[in-house]
Design a protein around this ligand. Structure first.
Ligand code: MN
Length: 274
């Protein structure tokens, strides 16, 4: 559990068979697979904590997540929506179930990504982008709906602004549907099966809650689903810079980590009420 609101499995960084920068610029993926929460008057979640040097990107598939940070930004992410928070030079934030969702309880499913920032942008000013499902760029084919969050597919561009080249999209396939599209060959690419199951590149089968890591060879992705599927596509150009990770901080050197801890302890990340 992260706090009392997020029951997550951590796909990467794994520390086992996957190098720390294998999905760069995506550094971390926490996945809360489907779980039922009972009704409560006290919203579950994670209290005030700091971040520096990266972005937290939270996608809600079921349930609603609220956010407040010390830069004065706040928002509620509704089903199918995204919170794209740039911590940059540093914020305090808290993340918890939205009050209305907490009162009714119900099915909850979400993903949080930590998107690393290039060295030159690590100390950028904090920023917040709330993107609802309806605000995403839609690509439709027979039995296929792509909701593009960031980057480009088929010449269309998603609404999120990013600091390095990233393609992020939710892809829905109806039962029996197929979809082929192109990505940059050098990008690191992975697909999380959020719902249903899918055949990838003809040869591979993946079911709900599995994460598929692609080789960096070839540009064409081919998907086919017998049952129907909802997929989260992550693809990006690796930053190819040193990584120094410690708790809620993600920098290039351990000197910068020590500085982050010092700045946090001196109150330089601002103030946020619990
Ligand atoms: Mn956080």
């Amino acid at each position: 559990m992260v706090g009392d609101g997020f029951r997550v499995h951590n796909f990467f960084p794994s520390g086992y068979d996957m190098p720390q920068d294998r999905m760069s610029p995506f550094f971390l993926m926490d996945y809360n697979s489907k779980v039922e929460f009972s009704p409560t008057d006290k919203p579950r979640g994670v209290g005030v904590h700091p971040h520096r040097g990266f972005e937290t990107v939270t996608i809600a598939f079921h349930g609603r997540v609220a956010h407040h940070d010390s830069a004065g930004n706040s928002g509620v992410i509704t089903e199918g929506g995204v919170q794209w928070m740039t911590a940059g030079s540093g914020v305090l934030h808290k993340e918890y179930h939205d009050e209305t969702f907490s009162k009714t309880g119900g099915l909850f499913q979400m993903v949080q990504l930590w998107v690393n920032l290039p060295a030159k942008d690590k100390m950028t000013a904090p920023k917040y982008q709330g993107i609802s499902k309806e605000q995403m760029t839609t690509i439709k084919h027979y039995g296929v709906e792509v909701r593009l969050i960031a980057g480009e597919i088929e010449g269309k561009t998603g609404p999120a602004s990013t600091f390095s080249p990233i393609v992020m999209a939710v892809i829905e396939l109806q039962a029996g549907a197929e979809y082929s599209f192109g990505l940059e060959e050098t990008f690191n690419t992975g697909i999380l099966v959020v719902d249903g199951n899918v055949n990838l590149q003809e040869d591979y089968f993946a079911e709900e809650n599995q994460f598929v890591l692609f080789q960096n060879s070839g540009t064409d992705i081919h998907l086919k689903s017998q049952s129907g599927a909802q997929l989260l596509l992550l693809s990006g150009q690796g930053l190819n810079e040193p990584i120094a990770a410690h708790g809620p901080f993600l920098m290039n050197t351990y000197e910068e980590i020590h500085q982050a801890i010092k700045d946090y302890n001196q109150g330089k990340f601002g103030f946020l009420e619990e």
